[in-house]
Write a protein that binds this ligand. Sequence first.
Ligand code: SAH
Length: 458
Amino acid sequence: MAVMLNLCLRFANQIYDFDASNKASSMRTLLWLKRLMPEVRWTMWQNRFCSDSSIQRLESNSSIRKHLISKITATGPISVAEYMREALTNPVAGYYVKNDMLGAGGDFITSPEISQIFGELLGVWCVSEWMAAGKSNMFQLVELGPGRGSLASDILRVFSQLKTVLGETDISVHLVEVSPKLSQFQAECLTGDNTQPSDGDQPVYRSGTTRTGLPIYWYRRIEDIPRGFSVFLAHEFFDAIPIHKFQRTEKGWREVMVDIDPESPDKLRFVVSHSPTLASSILIQKDENRQHVEVCPEGGVIVQKLANRIAEDGGAALIVDYGHDGTKTDTFRGFKGHQLHNVLDAPGMADLTADVDFSYLRKMTGTEVTCLGPITQRSFLKNMGIDSRLQVLLRNCPDPSTRAQLVHSYDMLINPDKMGHRFQFFSVLNRGRLAQYRGMQKNTAPLPVAGFAELDIQ
Ligand code: SAH
């Protein structure tokens, strides 16, 4: 195990040597950070709603709002999950389908967009898991919801640097992306637009060759990805999957629904269903003791699919998101222009998100896989050796302002008051992966999985 973790560290140091001269990545860090502070997503939690006249203007133009109002008028209140699904992924006007929401000019910014270090460390993690699982001849890198493609791009650079380690392995890249617009950004970032769109409703709707020479494919659904050894990554993906909301009442659990506001017929409001719904009957755990609960059954189905594949074909999944372990209650919120935004205003114009319940995901993975975490982003990145990597980058970077930006972005990622504690890392592994470790007499040895145990630096 120590050998494995040391290998990770060595790989990462090689990468840093290389990346100190990676101007594009340094520029990215620089540009973001110049514009980023202080109005970043994680500092906005105190103000539940904001009233912004530009948002009201957008609201009056919202075709999704009109569509939802007609629907509710015809058939009655809809679930929060249906509301969220329409607002985010309606094929014509959904938020993710139409917008480029990421970055300083968008609605929120994510770790891979803040610093190249983040993706590089995850790249090292992928290679380390592939090695630990026996260096399979084929290796599918799968990313769910790749945004602008920055994370995959940083990971693929690591793969190139580690060519001698990966040898003749048949590596391919598979992206699950619902947004045609974002898929174009990803194609540009990862291939220089060396892709071909497919005709009609093919499972693969775009394909091409990455800048590093690997085959790359785009899908709408996980089930369309070919079978085989895969490392799945989901960064800020599960928080965008629709949730149901439930309220404990004197009559038992009731579902929170979205209805038309009787005082203002062009507005929406939350109501509590008078009688049980199918969702309130089946989704609440018997031993639930909270007063208000959010459940993401679609997220449960997705993680189940990943778990089945990992159990049958080998591989691992790394899920990174803000979340909790079955303790939080009301986390559904909206973001627009880096500000908190009323979730029911202007559907389709704002990001809607809910904290990921990792205890629920763990339950849904079943017994054929092993789960690790959640652990904080700070712990994971520290365990992956982010400090020594930062030192290598700083040593190789003569420009004082770029050095300051590197330190700044490092702080964003790991400071407990910024992203360090808000974001959690959770992993799903093939059961065989920890069999040897579990067989040990005394489990005093650190876990043999990079990131989830401290690196053994010698
Ligand atoms: N992982 C990126 C982007 C996060 S935003 C980052 O961290 O920077 C969420 C991403 O998931 C977007 O790419 C969005 O288009 C995609 N997405 C959201 N819902 C989806 C769904 N149901 N199926 C596939 N992709 C989805």
